[in-house]
Design a protein around this ligand. Structure first.
Ligand code: CAA
Length: 388
């Protein structure tokens, strides 16, 4: 980090996040990857370090840091463990709908415990038949007195098994398409709320990704975000615009972490009587990777700054940084495995985990095909000029 470009709070955040990542996360990353278990000790350490609410405004108990501060922390965590990076970042994804769409009473109710690390929150948008086409979801919410009754299934719910809160999107008016979708904060333990299948994943194995079953699940009408029906799809899209830089930061952290390991390995590994890093072919790979990571990092930080500035047009730059950083992460982590040769393909070294963890970043919070679609739509709209 070039300190002149960041605030004292951001420099301090990076330092604290790196220390936590190196002392608490890295030593247990392989263990939780094997066990596919949630690292509660890491969650406790994040809470004690006061980092749980980096992105939450100070009036609700957070650090008031914005998206750039979130990205700085997520990159550092992911440099040590991609799963622990997303385990943290998913709480931003789950709480952004409250921040962008909640009433003041709802913000007061839910944001302080999230900021304090007392409650984790997930994001329930996708379904088995509604992934990229999020607007085609089938989960229904019907009003019944002072409650809504939710029925349906949510898929790919990251952190859902450990979260006390879940921001769930459901159709309140099937005749209105995307404008008939509403968002609810559903509390774990609500009648009819059940955590289902745990996915057995290639990477990010320390974070549970689960199905959520809603079977006549009764939710107080007060939990309808914004207090009005039909705003849910917009809340989801505006949320993803704010959250995608977090995935991109996870990708930058994974790429940087893999390069750190490859730098060390190629320096120590001797072949043909010399260090592998003395070969020009290897040096060019290292130089390309470092350049690609820095370019990705700068696009992520630019996108985060645009979002934090309050600028209205954030969709394109957010999708661009997610697309670029996650493709860089996949390429860099794959090339780093290559630099480890046969050892890279085995679990003797931590490098293969970086490649497995990186893959999901090209898929979740909108596949990179969807990012390209979003970028192209915005490009074409800009080229067409303002609506007459
Ligand atoms: N900001 C504000 N409003 C937006 C918007 C944005 N970025 N994007 C769309 N909208 C609005 C549109 O203006 C439109 O509003 P009106 O009805 O008032 O005109 C409405 O939303 C519908 O928009 P579209 O017609 O563009 O919608 P679409 O059906 O064509 O789909 C899409 C758009 C971009 C493809 C969207 O479906 C999408 O983002 N899909 C990917 C979903 C995704 O990222 N899922 C990941 C979920 S999280 C996850 O991965 C799991 C996890 O736990 C980590």
């Amino acid at each position: 980090m070039i300190e002149e470009l960041y605030t004292p709070q951001q420099i301090e955040l990076e330092r604290r996040a790196r220390e936590l990542a190196e002392t608490v996360m890295r030593p247990v990353a392989a263990k939780y990857d094997v066990e596919q278990a949630y690292p509660w000790e890491v969650q406790q350490a994040i809470k004690e370090a006061g980092l749980s609410g980096v992105w939450i405004p100070q009036e609700y108990g957070g650090l008031g840091g914005g998206v750039l501060d979130l990205c700085i922390v997520v990159e550092e965590f992911s440099r040590a463990c991609g799963g622990m990076g997303v385990g943290f970042a998913v709480n931003a994804l789950g709480s952004f709908p409250i921040m962008v769409g909640g009433t003041d009473e709802q913000k007061q109710r839910w944001l302080p415990p999230i900021a304090a690390g007392e409650k984790l929150i997930a994001f329930g948008l996708s379904e088995k038949e509604a992934g990229s086409d999020a607007g085609s979801m089938k989960t229904r919410a019907e009003r019944d007195g002072d409650h809504y009754v939710l029925n349906g299934e949510k898929k790919w719910n990251t952190g859902g098994a450990v979260a006390s809160l879940n921001t769930v999107f459901a159709v309140t008016n099937p005749d209105r398409g995307a404008r008939g979708i509403s968002a609810f904060v559903v509390e774990k333990g609500s009648p009819g709320y059940r955590v289902g299948k745990h996915e057995d994943k290639m990477g990010i194995r320390c974070v549970p990704v689960v199905e959520i079953h809603l079977e006549d699940c009764r939710v107080p009408a007060d939990n309808l975000l914004g207090g009005r029906e039909g705003l849910g799809f917009k809340h989801a899209m505006v949320t993803l615009d704010r959250a995608r830089p977090g995935v991109a930061a996870q990708a930058v952290g994974l790429a940087q972490g893999a390069l750190d390991l490859a730098m060390q390995y190629t320096h120590e590994r001797q072949q043909f009587g010399q260090s592998v890093s003395s070969f020009q072919g290897v040096q060019w790979m290292l130089a390309d990777m470092a350049t690609q990571i820095e370019a990705a990092r700068q696009l992520v930080h630019h996108a985060a700054r645009v979002i934090d500035s309050g600028h209205k047009q954030i969709t394109k730059v957010s999708a661009m940084c997610k697309l670029m950083a996650t493709d860089v992460a996949m390429k860099v982590t794959t090339d780093c495995v290559q630099l480890f040769g046969g050892y890279g393909y085995c679990k003797d070294y931590p490098i293969e985990k970086y490649m497995r963890d990186a893959k999901i970043t090209q898929i979740y919070e909108g596949t990179n095909q969807i990012q390209r679609l979003v970028i192209a739509r915005n490009l074409l709209r800009e080229a067409a000029g303002p609506a007459k």
